[in-house]
Ligand binder design. Structure first.
Ligand code: OFO
Length: 170
């Protein structure tokens, strides 16, 4: 059985993961509106991945005999100043998620809940990959600056992103 403080923290993280999914889905709309179909495709897969992250914790809580009570998911932003600004926001968000996950892992360790800590270590590894993926795209966007031809090529590359193996990042 999960301790009450861990159940509350995991429930909060489920909400954060759904919010992550919501932000990236909002970015799908933004990119599609700007005819950047590759960026939109990349963000759509990212949104799905965040949804899977939420479900992974959701299912874990159930498997530990906990009751998940879902809370309201706040509305995401709807516009960004540029594709670069959108990916900057994505990176800032992932860094925030890394902080959350680290706190959850710290809590699991201080409560000596090895199973929850084990689950959190999966997210710790995942966050390294998530930040690196977004940072890589952001670096390329900075490289091309406002150049339309460069942006066209990056957009074409992002269209090749494939669905990750269950629960992972591609
Ligand atoms: Fe992109 O973060 Fe989930 O965990």
């Amino acid at each position: 059985m999960l301790k009450a403080n861990l159940l509350a923290a995991l429930t909060q993280q489920i909400n954060e993961e759904y919010y992550s999914s919501y932000i990236y889905q909002a970015m799908v709309a933004y990119f599609a509106d700007n005819h950047l179909d590759g960026c939109a495709h990349w963000m759509r897969l990212q949104a799905q991945e965040e949804h899977d992250h939420a479900l992974k914790i959701f299912d874990y809580v159930i498997s530990r005999g906990g009751r998940v009570v879902l809370a309201e998911v706040k509305a995401p932003p709807k516009d960004w100043a540029s594709p670069q600004a959108a990916f900057e926001a994505a990176l800032a968000h992932e860094k925030l998620m890394t902080t959350n996950i680290t706190k959850l892992a710290d809590l699991a360790q201080s409560e000596k809940d090895h199973a929850t800590n084990n689950l959190m270590q999966w997210y710790v590894t995942e966050q390294v990959e998530e930040e690196a993926n977004v940072d890589d795209i952001l670096s390329k966007l900075k490289m091309v600056g406002g150049d339309g031809a460069g942006l066209f090529l990056i957009d074409r590359e992002l269209k090749t992103r494939t669905v990750a193996p269950a629960g992972g990042a591609a």
